[in-house]
Design a protein around this ligand. Structure first.
Ligand code: CBY
Length: 427
C-alpha cells in the first residue's frame, strides 16, 4: 500500500519544476495560474490505484519525461510485463520506452530480452499486413510506437520496411475518411527518430531512403496541421498532446505562422481545468507536451537517480455521478443492416455502458454485447455476437445524434432524450 499525503513535498517539486519548465514552453511566460492547472493531472497519474494494468507504462513514461520518479509504478510495470504474455506490440513498446534508459531497478528483467521480443512483435505486425490486405494485428499508432522504441533502443528494424509501410497515403493513417491525428503524430515521432539515426550514422540507409522519410514527415505534419481547430486543439482534445510533440520535433517542416503554439496550449489548459483529463492515460498523454518534452527525449532527459524523490499525492476523490438520483430516458439503437431500437431509463449521470447494460436486460437477444478493458476504459468488441475484427477493419462505432463520439462507453455521460447508437462500421 502506498503512503500518501506528502503534499508539501509535491508543492516544492512543482514550484521548482513548473515555473522553469512549463512556463517557458512556447517561448512565452505563462501566468502562474496555469502552473497550478497541472496539479490535477499529476494527481490523476501518480495515484497508481487509478493507473491499473499496462497503462502504468504510459504513465511512468510521461512522469519520467517531466523528471518525476515513482518507483512503485516502475515495479508495477515490471510486474505487468513479467506476468502478461499477451502484450500487443505497442504495449510492449511503451514498456521499453518507460523502463529504458534507467536500468537501475533492483528487479531482474533482461532489458535486451524485451527489445528482441519487440523486434519479433513488430515483425508479426508486418507479417499480418502481408497476409491480410495491409492490415496489421493492431494499428499504425502501435506500429509507430514499435519503430520509435526500436529506433531509440538500438533494436533491429529495416529502413526499407519503414519506407514501404509508412507512406502518408497508407489507409492505416485513416479511420474511414478521417485522418487520425494520434496516429500521424506518433508516426512523425518515429520517423524523426529514424531520420536522426540515419543522419548520425547509427543506421545505414540510402540517400533515397532519407529523402522519402523527409517527405513522409513533411506530408504527415501538413495533415496534422490541417486538423487544427479554431480554438487551437489539434484533432480533438485527446490527440492534441501528441500532435504538439510531433510539431515540436518537426519545426523545420512548417512555417512559424502555421501553428500558434500558445493558442493550443491555452486551449489545453482550459480543458484541464474543466476536468477533461481525468483518466490517467489521458493525463499521461498530454503532460509531456506541457513541459516541452517529447517521446524522443526518452534517452536524454530521464532522471535515473536513486529514487529518493519518491512522491505521492492524496487520492483523487472518485467522480460521482451527478448528485441527484433522478432518472433520465434515452433512445438506444443497434445498427447492423437493420436497426434495433429501444427506450432505456437510467440514472442521471450514467455513462453509455450503463445504457447498453440496461438494454441488454430488456432484450438479451438483440442487445447482448461484450467488451474488453483497455487503457482508455471498456472497448466494445461485439454486439449480437457480431465481433469487431482488425483483419477486416470492422468495429462498433459509437454515435450520439448520428455523430461519432470522442469518448468511449465507460466515460461518455449520456443526457436525457439523447439518441445513442452503436453502429457496425469499417474504418
Ligand atoms: N493505443 C491504441 O492502440 C489505440 C490507438 C488509437 C489511434 C487511439 C484512439 C489513440 C491513442 N492515443 O491511444 C485508436 N483510437 C484506434 C487505433 C482505434 C481503432 C482500434 C482498432 C485497432 N485495430 O486497433 C478503432 C476501431 C478505429 C477505434 N480506435 C475505435 C474507437 C471507438 C471505440 C468504440 C468501441 N467499440 O468501444 C471510439 C469510441 C470512437 C467512436 N465514436 O466509436 C474511439 N476509438 C475513441 C473515442 C478513441 C479516443 C478515446 C478518447 C477517450 N477519452 O476515451 C482516442 C484517444 C482513441 C483511444 N480512440 Co479509438 C482517439 C481520440 O479521440 N483522440 C496504444 C495502446 C498501447 O494503448
Amino acid at each position: 500500500m502506498r503512503q500518501s499525503h506528502q503534499l508539501p513535498l509535491v508543492g516544492l517539486l512543482l514550484f521548482s519544476l513548473i515555473p522553469s519548465q512549463l512556463c517557458t514552453i512556447c517561448e512565452v511566460s505563462l501566468e502562474n495560474y496555469s502552473c497550478l492547472t497541472v496539479l490535477p493531472l499529476l494527481n490523476t497519474m501518480i495515484n497508481s490505484k487509478y493507473a491499473r494494468g499496462i497503462q502504468a507504462a504510459n504513465v511512468l513514461l510521461s512522469l519520467r519525461l517531466v523528471g518525476i520518479q515513482d518507483q512503485s509504478l516502475e515495479r508495477q510495470v515490471i510486474q505487468e510485463v513479467k506476468e502478461r504474455l499477451d502484450l500487443t506490440s505497442g504495449q510492449l513498446a511503451l514498456v521499453v520506452l518507460s523502463l529504458g534508459a534507467c536500468q537501475n531497478s533492483d528487479e531482474t528483467i533482461t532489458y535486451v530480452h524485451l527489445v528482441s521480443q519487440l523486434e519479433k512483435k513488430f515483425q508479426e505486425e508486418i507479417k499480418n499486413m502481408v497476409t491480410h490486405n495491409g492490415n496489421p494485428l493492431t494499428n499504425y499508432y502501435q506500429l509507430s510506437l514499435d519503430v520509435l522504441a526500436l529506433c531509440l533502443f538500438n533494436g533491429k528494424y529495416s529502413v526499407t520496411e519503414v519506407n514501404k509501410y509508412f507512406t502518408p497515403e497508407n489507409k492505416n493513417f485513416y479511420f474511414g475518411s478521417q485522418f487520425s491525428v494520434d496516429t500521424g503524430a506518433m508516426a512523425v515521432l518515429a520517423l524523426t527518430c529514424v531520420k536522426r539515426s540515419i543522419i548520425n550514422g547509427q543506421i545505414k540507409a540510402s540517400e533515397m531512403d532519407l529523402k522519402h522519410i523527409n517527405n513522409y514527415i513533411e506530408s504527415l505534419v501538413k495533415k496534422i496541421l490541417h486538423e487544427k481547430k479554431e480554438n487551437g486543439l489539434i484533432g480533438n482534445v485527446f490527440s492534441t498532446g501528441e500532435a504538439m510533440q510531433a510539431l515540436y520535433v518537426s519545426a523545420n517542416y512548417y512555417n512559424q505562422t502555421e501553428w500558434d503554439c500558445q493558442q493550443t496550449l491555452r486551449a489545453v489548459l482550459k480543458e484541464i481545468s474543466q476536468g477533461s483529463f481525468h483518466m490517467p492515460i489521458a493525463a499521461a498523454q498530454i503532460l509531456p507536451a506541457l513541459f516541452g518534452k517529447t517521446y524522443l527525449d526518452v534517452n536524454n532527459s530521464f532522471s535515473c537517480g536513486s529514487g529518493s524523490f519518491n512522491i505521492s499525492i492524496h487520492k483523487p476523490s472518485p467522480v460521482e455521478p451527478s448528485s441527484s438520483s433522478s432518472w433520465i430516458s434515452v433512445n438506444y439503437t443497434v445498427k447492423i443492416n437493420k436497426t434495433y431500437s429501444t427506450n432505456v431509463t437510467v440514472k442521471n449521470g450514467s455513462v453509455f455502458l450503463d445504457v447498453m447494460k440496461r438494454a441488454q436486460q430488456i432484450n438479451e437477444t438483440v442487445f447482448r454485447f461484450t467488451y474488453v478493458e483497455t487503457s482508455w476504459g471498456p472497448y466494445i468488441t461485439s454486439v449480437q455476437g457480431l465481433e469487431a475484427n482488425s483483419n477486416d477493419r470492422t468495429y462498433w462505432e459509437l454515435l450520439s445524434e448520428g455523430k461519432p463520439l470522442s469518448q468511449g462507453v465507460g466515460s461518455y455521460v449520456v443526457h436525457n432524450g439523447e439518441n445513442l447508437e452503436v453502429r457496425w462500421s469499417t474504418y
